[in-house]
Design a protein around this ligand. Sequence first.
Ligand SMILES: Nc1ncnc2c1ncn2[C@@H]1O[C@H](COP(=O)(O)OP(=O)(O)OP(=O)(O)O)[C@@H](O)[C@H]1O
Ligand SMILES: [Mg+2]
Length: 311
Amino acid sequence: MSDVAIRMLELSKSFGAVNAVAQLSLEVPAGIVFGFLGPNGAGKTTTIRLLLGLLEPTQGQAEVLGYDPRRQAQEIRARTGALLERDGLYGQMSAEHNLEYQGRIYRLGAAERQARIQQLLTHLGLWDRRRERVETWSKGMRQKLALARAMLHRPQLVFLDEPTAGLDVMAAAAVREDLAALSAREGATVFLTTHNMAEAERLCSRVAVIRGGRLLAVGHPDELRRRAGGLRVEVLGRGLDEGLARLLRQRPEVAAAHAANGRLLVDLREGAESAPLINALVGAGAQVEEVRRGQASLEDVFVTLMEEEKR
Ligand SMILES: Nc1ncnc2c1ncn2[C@@H]1O[C@H](COP(=O)(O)OP(=O)(O)OP(=O)(O)O)[C@@H](O)[C@H]1O
Ligand SMILES: [Mg+2]
């Protein structure tokens, strides 16, 4: 098997005047959890639909497991699983029947189908409730079932579009754990979109950040954090408001600055010192009580990328 699961070459999709995906060139190595990040409307779901052959690109190409989504969508869908924005479960059917049905679509034999359903539902803690109709289930239970359905036929590649969106803290953590375990155990490539940066940081060995359909950054989360300059300064005190954040943003050594809960969060560019910054704040009338320094998180990197884009 190729060591690249997905290739995109200047992949583009427009809806009228909206460039939902714009000349996206990207490779996803096989066997990893790949995070596909971006704000609302960035083009994440559209990209997944292009890769599954559910949409025709306006321009450019893609290759999924060596197949062309334009001509070989059947081959791709036979080898991939997907959890899309709408879970697509049948509410009137029991959990077990939802999976049965899916298993038949994928032409799994009866014995294999039953063994696999038992394995997945047991692992997800849903086996005892397999006979219940899914419409009576909570969102988190449904989401887990949708995950099981996406993994049912042991796909080489799984697309998960915001699998933990709308879940409570514990359910999201459980789904994350399941997802990591399933991918590690089955060696599948996972193409994951999420708005939760801590989740991406935990699960993904590579992430891409897009906005307006365009690629802004790609790499290991640590790599992106280092590239962001790495130094984040948190200033605590009095009078630290958005006006001061704006003042800081005008300084060349500042990559990003914003006020939150009476604090200032400042990302410095590589090699920049924090002392002149503090002087500037004091000069502008702020009362600085404490300065904390730390490494940028993936969320900081994300915010910085979005702010740079705006300028
Ligand atoms: N079928 C469609 N017709 C017209 N415009 C569309 C269609 N599908 C998507 N778009 C537009 O394409 C852009 C990208 O949408 P997409 O759903 O891919 O974003 P996303 O990154 O998945 O966002 P979110 O995080 O909110 O799910 C948006 O501007 C959206 O309005
Ligand atoms: Mg989406």
